[in-house]
Design a protein around this ligand. Sequence first.
Ligand code: PLP
Length: 394
Amino acid sequence: MINEKMLSLGNKRSVIREIFEYGNRRRSEIGADKVYDFSLGNPSIPAPEKVKEILLSLIENTEPTKLHGYTSAQGDLGVRTAIAENINERFDAGATPNLLYMTCGAAASLTISLNALLNEGDEVIVLAPFFPEYTVFIEKAGGKAVVVKCREEDFQIDFEALENAINSKTKAIIVNSPNNPCGVVLNEETISKLAELLNEKQKELGTDIFVIADEPYRELVYGDVVVPYIPNYYDNTLVCYSYSKSLSLPGERIGYIFVSPKVQNCVDVYAAVCGAGRALGFVCAPSLLQYLVAKCQGLTGDIEAYKQNRDILYNALVEYGYTVAKPDGAFYLFVKSPEEDANAFCEKAKSEEILIVPGDDFGFKGYVRISYCVALDTIKNSLDGFKRLIEQYR
Ligand code: PLP
């Protein structure tokens, strides 16, 4: 008998993938330019030109057995040193190479961190709306996901609900800001209050409660919005970072875990991270990509295109009468469905060839996610359809 849980995960495509596949069918039937596909979070801006230059130079100038060989399990020392220096320049967070662990992107950072921290039956709080894979990762690490909904008026943390959810089994809380799917950045007041509450609860319960800061969108913010660096507010923090979105390299699978030096027993926690990476069979993150990102510190793709898309779409939707969460970062809009059942609204949107994703999978019913990491023409050409759609509800 094979593993039933894995069988069902493998057989059940995510709703997002289903919609994307539907889009593929429609594209072949009516032409790609007639389908307004806002389903996937695949970066639409290319990786910076510098990425190509560095890759070519690495290939030309690095000894092949080094370039393509194993690095140490936690990542090449020079690479971790370069990243630690960048973290300290930007956030003065006391990063050292021996607290950094290179990973295959944020998904791997999350699974490794969860496996490092959790014992069977531990609870992990996820703030809804959330990236749907969290529940899969938590369960596989032996934990139980406890969902706490954010406040609908601004998608900041609902502290009363959070306090009620914390108990002696609470091992961690995953904090994702800028957020997928709502694009909201948790502000400094929220992060300070979160730190205060978790410190109080740790003292009261006599336990460690970790923040797992999932930050693949850290660099994708528009205007002068500041994303608080959580290790500077709360001691027991692990940062899960990825270059998938900031450098538009999602298929290359590269990121890292940073265990803050302020984490209680940080040396042991880091060792558990190394152990989890080993037990999960990661061996080491891709070496060529490690050497690349070491030389890309401080570099981000040209996010002006996302900002333009966001501004056009957000302003138009608000003008047409949609209610939209304030989108300060990432490349998603979270829009209140004009009817209670967001699935029904998404079905109706298909009649305008608009493909959007219901919020149910993100733990937040009654909303839809629109990924605006698409071509500008897709945004512009979809607007009349969005207008006609909401007019059906008047
Ligand atoms: N966390 C969030 C919130 C995401 O949106 C994603 C990807 O879309 C991931 C993690 C996984 O990122 P990666 O491709 O770096 O594994």
